[in-house]
Every structure is written in C-alpha cells, then in structure tokens.
Design a protein around this ligand. Structure first.
Ligand code: VGL
Ligand code: ZN
Length: 238
C-alpha cells in the first residue's frame, strides 16, 4: 500500500510532467555517439536577414546550431554554390519572376532570386558559426543546368554528391539535420538521408523555413511519412 506521502509525490511528479510536455527528461534524451553526424545545411549570408533569399529569422538558427554542435564529434556543413546564370534563378528565364514554378527536363523547379553565386560574399558561410571541428564542407548546386536542394542527390534525381558514400566510409549512420531552409534544402537532404538508409533526425528549432505555396507543411508531412524523426534541440543530451 502506498502511504499518503508516496501518493502525493507521485501526483506531483505526474503534474510536473504534464505541465512540461515538450521537455525530455535526462534519461529520455538522445545521446550523440561516434556514429552520429550533424549536417548543417546552407547557413550562408544569402539566406540570412539582408541576404538576397533571406529566410525569415534565419539568423536565429546560428546560436542553436553552435550550442548543439558541441555535442557532436562529427559535423558536415553544406554550401549552396551556384554558377552565374544558374537554371534555378528567375533571372535566367525571360519573363519569369522569383517564386514562380517552371517545368524543366527533370521536373518542377521553383525559381529563386539570384543567390549563393560561387565565390561571392553572399555564398559565404555565416561568420557567426562556431564549429571548428567541422570536417567537411560540401558544395552543391554547382552544375549550371541542375539545382540541388539535397546534400545527397541533385534535383535530376540521379547525380550523386558523394555524401552518402562519404558518411558510410567514415562509419556515420545517424544523421541530424539543421539549418536553412526547412522546406527545401533541409527537407530534401533529410528525405534523401532516409532513402540512403540513415537514421535521420531534423532538429526543428535549429531550422527555419521559406514557406512558399504550402511548402513547409508539405515538407513536414513528407518527412513524417518517410520516417524522419522531428526533434527539438532540447531533446539532445548536452
Ligand atoms: C535553398 C532555395 C534555393 C535552401 C537553396 O538552402 O533551402 N532554397 N536554394
Ligand atoms: Zn540554391
């Protein structure tokens, strides 16, 4: 039989847990091991406030990413890295405006303002990132006629960036994705990570989205369906 003090203690613990549903208890936190890699997607000046394709509150991901990166031995960063006159730029298609969608040989393509042109200041990674241990900076989207939201496979659905093989060769099996933008490069990278057989997490508060024509809700639905785990930075053991 429980005594009165034990019953009260149980009630109190239940009430506290009920009050803080989003908070993982220490024992429930996700431990980052040597097979885990943090994939930091496109935290570049063009996607930050003042940039040519600024993501709303994009700069707010930087302190979150810097904090969680301290738990990771393995970090890979990506850089969107387009040619001048890239096929994804509205300016490359006469009469087209940014955020319009066109049909290309490989499928639908959203058209963007010019952004992340190779070697420009806009394409540089944020100077506020503080992840000295990052072991690889992978550039993508450098083929003039093919976009690449995903860090794994270009938008033609077949040209590989080599990232899956790199991760496999290094024994990395669990991919934690953060960065910009949730509904494009983050989501496409997470979906491809799943396709390649990696255990995949997206750290929601370490990402921000563009959200054009319902893209953010669709991205979360697609990721959920594919078995991508949606977590918060507070779920990760420090
Ligand atoms: C991105 C649109 C165009 C991204 C890159 O990083 O999410 N979005 N290029
Ligand atoms: Zn791009």
């Amino acid at each position: 039989m429980l005594n009165r003090r034990q019953i009260l203690a149980t009630l109190k613990a239940t009430a506290i847990a009920g009050l803080m549903p989003g908070m993982a208890r220490a024992a429930d936190k996700i431990a980052i091991d040597n097979e885990s890699v943090l994939l930091v997607i496109d935290v570049q000046n063009c996607f930050l406030p003042g940039g040519s394709l600024a993501v709303k509150d994009g700069d707010q991901v930087v302190p979150v990413i810097n904090r969680i990166a301290k738990s990771f031995v393995n970090v890979v960063m990506t850089q969107d890295w387009h040619t001048v006159g890239h096929v994804s730029f509205a300016s490359s298609h006469s009469g087209k405006k940014p955020f319009e969608v066109i049909d290309l040989s490989y499928g639908k393509q959203v058209l963007w303002p010019d952004h992340c042109v190779q070697g420009t200041e806009g394409a540089a990674l944020s100077k506020d990132l503080n992840i000295p241990q990052a072991e690889l900076i992978l550039r993508k989207g450098f083929h003039k006629d093919v976009d690449s939201y995903s860090a794994f496979t270009e938008a033609d659905g077949k040209t590989s960036t080599g990232l899956a093989k790199y991760l496999e060769a290094r024994g990395l099996r669990r991919v934690f994705v953060a960065g910009l933008a949730t509904d494009f490069c983050v989501a496409w990278s997470a979906l491809d990570a799943r396709k390649a057989g990696f255990e995949t997490y997206v750290i929601e508060d370490a990402c921000r989205g563009i959200d054009t024509q319902g893209s953010l809700a669709k991205a979360w639905a697609d990721m959920d369906k594919a078995g991508v785990k949606r977590i918060q930075s507070s779920d990760i053991a420090a």
